[in-house]
Design a protein around this ligand. Structure first.
Ligand code: ATP
Ligand code: ATP
Ligand code: CA
Length: 220
């Protein structure tokens, strides 16, 4: 880790509390905020500081020193109005990165308009990853980069085993790039043209969705 950052996590439901715990475990300074006292109590040992506060109370947020934070994560999912108001207040206070969990598409659109820096839809994003894993036994993981591009982890089949990257020529034939090759606990993050691929290797492939699909179906 390069630098200890300061994070405020506001709303400690399942999503917020897990973000809080993980950031704290990664060694960051985390301020955990929720309106519910017992929830705040349960996060005391998993945060640098845990406070009971209403996320829409501007004076309270200021007295907690929110304006000095690099990052704020707003995870008041099911209550759209406080989520929007809180996001607005945090942006007005000048917090550079405000990431917000959205409950639905209307919520998403409003958050976009008021300047949320990243909008997260955990259920939708996770559902897409899982659906792609279910769709093909070759797919281990799936990350959407945009509507057109994605990064996919594919298991190398017998068909392509014992070939080098040059022999497979994936970039020319399918227009996708093999970013990394995972073999047991090792990850080769800059695969060379003459590196071999073996059955069971996990290929981290980036490219246009259609190209990845073509490689998955015909190339391996
Ligand atoms: P999950 O991740 O469990 O799906 P969620 O997105 O469904 O969470 P909720 O359970 O609705 O979200 O709320 C998350 C937390 O936000 C709750 O612990 C709740 O107490 C807190 N919360 C709701 N409104 C406010 C508010 N105005 N100020 C502070 N905390 C709030
Ligand atoms: P989310 O992903 O939105 O957080 P959730 O985990 O909170 O979902 P619910 O909204 O409580 O889940 O329920 C999910 C769906 O399961 C609902 O559409 C509900 O109708 C359905 N469901 C609940 N109980 C049953 C049941 N016994 N048989 C069939 N369907 C059920
Ligand atoms: Ca929920």
């Amino acid at each position: 880790m390069l630098k200890r950052k300061q994070f405020a996590v506001i709303g400690l439901g399942r999503f917020g509390s897990n973000v809080c715990k993980e950031l704290y475990q990664l060694g960051h300074e985390v301020l955990a905020i929720d309106a519910n006292e017992s929830i705040v109590d349960s996060l005391k040992e998993f945060s640098s500081h845990a406070a009971v506060a209403n996320a829409t109370d501007e004076r309270m947020l200021k007295s907690l020193g929110l304006r000095n934070f690099d990052f704020a994560i707003v995870a008041i999912g099911e209550h759209i109005q406080p989520s929007i108001l809180c996001t607005l207040l945090l942006k007005e206070m000048g917090i550079k990165q405000v990431w917000v969990k959205a409950q639905n598409i209307q919520h998403f659109k409003v958050l976009e308009k008021i300047g949320a820096d990243r909008i997260i839809q955990p259920e939708k994003e996770m559902a897409m990853r899982i659906a792609h894993q279910l769709d093909s036994e070759k797919i281990i993981d799936y990350i959407e980069l945009s509507k057109e591009y994605s990064i996919v982890e594919l298991v190398a089949t017998k068909k392509i085993s014992n070939n080098t990257l040059v022999q497979l020529d994936v970039r020319k034939k399918y227009g996708c790039t093999i970013l990394a090759v995972k073999r047991r606990d090792e990850v080769n993050i800059s695969p060379l043209p003459n590196d071999f691929i073996y059955q069971g290797d996990i290929l981290v492939v980036m490219g246009h969705k259609n190209d990845i699909k073509r490689f998955e179906n015909r190339g391996m």
